[in-house]
Design a protein around this ligand. Structure first.
Ligand code: G6Q
Length: 538
């Protein structure tokens, strides 16, 4: 038995689960008219109603005991203070410094990192303004109309998601695209209707060695050089990286390199120079508003007591369902089309951070860790996978995210959108009993099919409007939720060794493919697939 599963708060939660598992939310609400008020929290500009969860006062108290027993408070302080909490890579974890809007210093090895952060933000702003104003000229003297970010994983998902989320604030005269996949189709489709003379590439790679990114960057380089000559490269490429040597070798002037630091993890790097394509699209002022939003949620997380701390509460609910109700996945369901990539972004952030099976000191866990995270915007999902949420055999805790004001008031659209959000969380929580179905005159043969058990947990997050500020708050809310869960599970949420083996094997497989040879070291399946591939290739 591990320290966690053997602990008193854990055992108390196990016993409590047995005691409450037959309780229905219908009764919890009927028995307490104050329930919604009691289980809601204001975090910066976000209102989070978590009353439609399978919890009582006691559940929350026991979960808070668990948080205390895992030293969550001290761990939060350690992260903000720049301690080397990413132990397997011996690094601090300081994405919060990137959006520190105060005058407070943030020290790494006794050195304040804030002046350097502000300097990069300043250089990003100058560059963005040059591109946006048409002053940055391509090699032939034409202004830049198209900006293409080349990156993958943490150097792609954040910027794409934020660009989509804040499109309403973007300069529509610029075309901004993202190329990530090593599948040549991605590059082809992103460039086939563009003029190289008007196109600028941002090569975004922390290491500047990632195979997919360097392959796409090499293709982009040829695309520009073939059309405009080798001397054009400097006009059409800038880099976001920590690796000045490789950037220079590529032919990008270090003046046009925007740096960041090894204490920024890829999936937590949106507020660093990795956000450059977003800043180009929405402008420095809106980008700063986004940073303000992140900072507001960081402050909430750092200072609110746990009973009113939104990321802590959301994390504890996640642990409650993952570890005590055997939930295997969590859905994120934004009722906002601009947030179409939000769930995909947090799929990486959560699954790469908490998809671990050993603790920080290398012991195998004897409990579940990070869930499968998925989701799509409403209302589309309602016509697709919600059937399983309502009547399937799996418990899927879901977050519903909505906004009071639309960006585009077009008749009845927005009120219908919000009505659907509210209706879904009601239906999931309270369902429909067989008696209710009968009272509606439903045929007896269909009663079982037309009954909804309900008792399916949701959080509802509401804000006035999707602005750069509320967007930053939302992202930081989930980042910190993931952190707190990682602390409770005792894992390192900031490494990702699980991606390494596949990368190494891909090098061997690539060798086999280009040499047109199977490998005696391979298993029979891989070699027979290689043979089949060679046959089909001809
Ligand atoms: C994220 C991961 C990973 C990383 C990519 C790209 O936390 O570390 O998704 O961001 O592999 O890495 P580079 O930025 O070094 O190209």
């Amino acid at each position: 038995m591990s320290e966690l599963t053997g602990s008193e708060p854990w055992k108390a939660l196990q016993a409590h689960k047995q005691a409450v598992e037959r309780t229905h939310m219908r009764d919890l609400f009927a028995g307490n008219p104050e329930r919604a008020k009691q289980f809601s929290v204001q975090a910066a500009d976000l209102w989070i109603d978590y009353s439609k969860n399978l919890i009582t006062d006691e559940t929350l108290n026991l979960l808070l005991d668990l948080a205390k027993s895992r030293d969550v408070e001290a761990k939060i302080r350690a992260m903000f203070a720049g301690e080397r909490i990413n132990t397997t890579e011996n690094r601090p974890v300081l994405h919060t410094a990137l959006r520190n809007r105060s005058d407070e210093a943030v020290l790494v090895d006794g050195q304040d990192v804030m002046p350097e952060i502000r300097n990069v933000l300043q250089r990003m702003a100058s560059f963005s303004n040059l591109v946006r104003s048409g002053e940055w000229l391509g090699a032939t003297g034409k202004p830049i109309k198209n900006v293409i970010n080349i990156g993958i994983g943490g150097s792609d998902l954040g910027p794409v998601m934020a660009y989509e989320a804040l499109k309403a604030y973007s300069d529509r005269s610029l075309t901004v695209r993202f190329v990530s996949n090593v599948d040549g189709t991605h590059f082809y489709e992103a460039t086939q209707d563009l003029d190289p003379a008007e196109t600028l590439f941002i090569v975004a790679s922390k290491t500047f060695t990632t195979d997919e990114t360097m392959t796409n960057a090499g293709t982009a380089r040829r695309w520009v050089a073939d059309a405009l000559g080798e001397s054009a490269i400097g006009h059409h490429f800038v880099a976001v990286s920590t690796n000045a040597e490789e950037v220079s070798k590529f032919g990008i002037d270090l003046e046009n390199m925007f740096g960041f630091w090894d204490w920024v993890g890829g999936r937590y790097s949106l507020c660093s120079a990795i956000g450059l394509p977003v800043m180009v699209a929405i402008g420095p002022d809106n980008f700063n508003r986004m940073l303000d939003g992140f900072y507001a949620m960081d402050q909430h997380f750092k200072t609110a007591d746990f009973e009113h701390n939104a990321p802590v509460i959301m994390a504890l609910l996640g642990v409650w369902y993952t570890n005590f109700w055997d939930a295997q996945s969590e859905a994120i369901l934004p009722y906002n089309q601009y947030l179409s990539r939000f769930a995909a972004y947090f799929q990486q952030a959560n699954m790469e951070s908490n998809g671990k099976s050993v603790t920080k000191d290398g012991q195998y866990v004897d409990y579940e860790t990070g869930p499968v995270v998925w989701g799509k915007p409403g209302t589309n999902g309602q016509h697709a996978f919600y059937q399983l949420l309502h009547q399937g055999t799996k418990l899927v805790p879901a977050d519903f995210i909505g906004f009071a004001k639309p960006h585009h008031s077009m008749g009845e659209h927005h009120h219908k959108l919000v009505a659907n959000l509210l209706a879904q969380t009601q239906a999931l929580a309270f369902g429909k009993t067989a008696e209710e179905a009968r009272a509606e005159g439903i045929d007896e043969a269909l009663i079982a099919h037309r009954t909804f058990h309900g008792n399916r947990p949701t959080n509802t997050i509401l804000a006035s409007e999707l602005t750069p500020e509320t967007f930053g708050q939302l992202v930081a809310l989930y980042e910190h939720k993931i952190f707190v869960e990682g602390v409770i599970w005792g894992i390192n949420s900031f490494d990702q060794w699980g991606v390494e083996l596949g990368k190494a094997l891909a090098k061997d497989a690539y060798g086999s493919i280009i040499n047109h040879q199977t490998d005696p070291k391979n298993d029979s399946s891989t070699n027979s697939l290689l043979d089949k591939f060679f046959e089909l290739e001809n």
